[in-house]
Unconditional design. Structure first.
Length: 423
């Protein structure tokens, strides 16, 4: 089945070799990987997700996803292969493994964390069932042989004619720029710091302080940044990613459907106690995630993709996407993303570590929050290596008596995506 690209366009045209727009999910299992079981699990899983078994092609001046019946590639390495290349069989999705790690790489324009979690949920079900010779509970897991509804296939934004008009506000003020403020312009080593926190303890802390995982991490990061730069004039503005599926009434959609709520750490808030600050942040999220507001955000994204599509050449489209990306980077200090509790069910007992990596947002810092097997993992994804913001955030945790484990520091390595206009 041929799919015309629409919601994927902005992601496609802001992808570069330095900042490949992809999702990398790294899962450290309890035991060494069994390659044959993994191969069988991947093959069976991909039967369930035919809309991810596609090849990028150009037809009549427009990009499409065409059916790709070649096997989805699995490599024995931690590096993976370039997506949309001969090495990946021209797929936009691939897997790799080494020792006890399994890694999924997928183009972020094709899906988001919610969609990728579904693939992982299916994969772990099949892999763990065979690897450990057990019958796992399959409730809520998408399985090969399921009937795939149009609601899973269809883009819920592209042909939607009743979206409200995007809000035409005055130009949003510039936000505090972390790289400029900390003098990190020469530091180009993309790095990820991974921090683990007990899920039960952090949820209790949130309950005691009127917070939620996404808003509390955003708030603690805001407080940390404010203490680093107390004299800064520009506002600290965190984007908290918002899943648009509920507002679009499209819970099964596989596309990348991510909007954002802007959380501003206003001057008047800085002397407030933590719980009152958390209440304010939750109020901002509540207001901005009302259906009408989310739909206006979706309409704005639709308008951008339509503008990109209206241009006749790749170079013109690259220019539009780059310009919009630069504007977006100016108004955001950092980005926080929380897909929600992974709920990999009985397979979680076999998981030791879980990481969700993406290209850091254009502002330079993204925090990805994962909740798997009884703990939160916070991946600080940076376009620089300096730990100044991580250290300030950890100090906030310490001051609030939140026990953490800085698990490791890695190069933020993501699989490249081969693009037609770079060939």
């Amino acid at each position: 089945m041929e799919q015309k690209l629409f919601s994927e366009l902005r992601s496609l045209y802001v992808t570069t070799k330095e900042r490949p727009n992809e999702i990398r999910i790294r899962i450290r299992m309890r035991d060494l990987i069994a390659p044959d079981a993994l191969r069988h699990a991947v093959d069976t899983t991909m039967e369930r997700y035919p809309y991810f078994c596609v090849e990028l092609q150009k037809k009549d001046g427009q990009y499409i996803f065409a059916e790709n019946h070649r096997p989805v590639v699995i490599t024995n390495s931690l590096h993976g292969v370039a997506l949309n290349s001969e090495a990946s069989n021209y797929h936009m999705i691939a897997f790799c493994w080494q020792d006890n790690w399994i890694i999924l790489d997928v183009f972020h324009g094709m899906t988001d964390g919610t969609g990728a979690y579904e693939v992982v949920r299916t994969l772990l079900y099949y892999y763990c069932s065979e690897r450990y010779n057990v019958k796992l509970n399959d409730e809520g897991i998408r399985l090969a042989g399921d009937e795939i509804s149009a609601e899973e296939w269809d883009d819920p934004v592209a042909n939607r004619a009743d979206l409200p008009s995007p809000r035409r506000n005055e130009q949003m003020s510039d936000a505090l720029n972390l790289i400029a403020s900390a003098g990190l312009e020469e530091d180009h080593r993309h790095t990820v710091y991974s921090i683990a926190i007990s899920e039960s303890e952090f949820m209790k802390f949130n309950l005691d302080n009127d917070g939620s995982p996404g808003t509390m991490v955003s708030l603690l990061l805001s407080r940390a940044i404010a203490k680093l730069f107390p004299e800064a004039k520009d506002i600290i503005r965190i984007t908290l990613c918002v899943n648009q599926r509920k507002a679009l009434h499209a819970p099964l959609a596989h596309q990348s459907l991510v909007g954002g709520a802007f959380l501003e750490y206003k001057d008047k808030m800085r002397d407030w106690p933590l719980d009152l600050q958390a209440t304010a942040y939750r109020g901002m999220v509540f207001a901005q995630t009302q259906e009408e507001n989310v739909l206006m955000g979706a309409a704005s994204i639709k308008e951008i993709n339509g503008l990109i599509l209206s241009k006749g050449s790749d170079q013109e489209r690259l220019g539009v996407a780059g310009y919009i990306n630069a504007l977006a980077a100016r108004v955001v200090t950092a980005t926080v993303s929380y897909v929600g509790k992974a709920n990999y069910q009985e397979a979680e007992q076999y998981i030791r570590d879980f990481r969700l990596w993406t290209s850091s947002a254009a502002d330079g810092l993204t925090v990805e929050i994962s909740a798997v097997n009884g703990r939160f993992t916070l991946d600080f994804l940076q376009t620089f290596s300096n730990p100044i913001f991580v250290n300030a955030f950890l100090k906030e945790l310490e001051e609030n008596e939140i026990v953490y484990d800085l698990q490791d520091v890695n190069e933020l390595e993501l699989a490249n995506i081969k693009l037609p206009w770079t060939e």
